[in-house]
Design a binder for this molecule. Sequence first.
Ligand SMILES: [Mn+2]
Length: 337
Amino acid sequence: MPTPAPVKLWRAAAPAAFAELRAWLTAHPRPLLLAHERPDGDAIGSLAGLWLALTGIGLRPIAWLRQPLPERYRFLPLPAGWVTIGEPVPLDQVDTVCALDTSRADRLDRPPGDGCGALPSFALDHHADHAPFADMTLVAPETAATAQLVARFLRDAGWAVPAEAATCLLTGLIMDTGGFRFDNTSPEVLRDAAWLAEQGAAYGVCMDALFHREPLGRKQLAARLLEQAQAACDGRFLYAVLEPTWFAELGVSPQDTEGLIDTLRTVAGVDVCALIQPEPDHTRVSLRARSVRCPADRIARALGGGGHPLAAAAKVPGETPAQVITRLIELVRAGLT
Ligand SMILES: [Mn+2]
């Protein structure tokens, strides 16, 4: 992303920020919409919802993802060809880059060739630890999901939100609140969800597809995780190593691990849990905390990662799962009070 231009930064969803963003999009009607690597429901819901809404008002956004949508999100009401998968994006077809739900420049998943780095850019995010990298940044940690921030922006702009876009945005909000079960489910979250339902979002369809149709292989993967889980710190820290061979054995895509960690999080007495995945040159750690008193992002940052107080992650290069686990137990023990 270019640095010479003055960086505009808002740390809350202020009306002035919405007004500037609206003017920006009016002046740049061909945004390239991007999200973070290994996109979750919020990244996908924000990307798809914003693409549908902007297309609906006559702009020409291009959405890009590295890989096809995970099975879990294929119920979303999206037209064929809505997203470019993995291919380069012709730079003459876009005039700005929009980074969604991405807290750091190195987490942004970009098309190959990456000429888009020279374009003016803006970021919409809700990570409190967002490190600004775009020309214009709106970070709203008071929102539970980037999809909620996108919904508020569209409502504030007075731009129509088609029912399909509302369904995508509601999906992002559902996933980042764990189906409205996490502590971030504020009255505003419920009001914004209700507003999306009023725009035609299919609440029942979303909840059924997202939570009541888990493939058997994924449930079996969760069962293996529970069988392997190890407790430390008097049962307040629970962790499990996800063996790479299990994916092929159970017919589960390695992309399709979102929410698996809740299998560990929902065990009684657990304050912090970790899902550890060995990769060829690094170990991936997903962390969840029950309370902000032992924040997951502090542990993740000590390992070179980041995230939210209740949900964070890190990639630890050059260390085996056993080495990472030793450090994790120390970090959790130091963080628990
Ligand atoms: Mn998010």
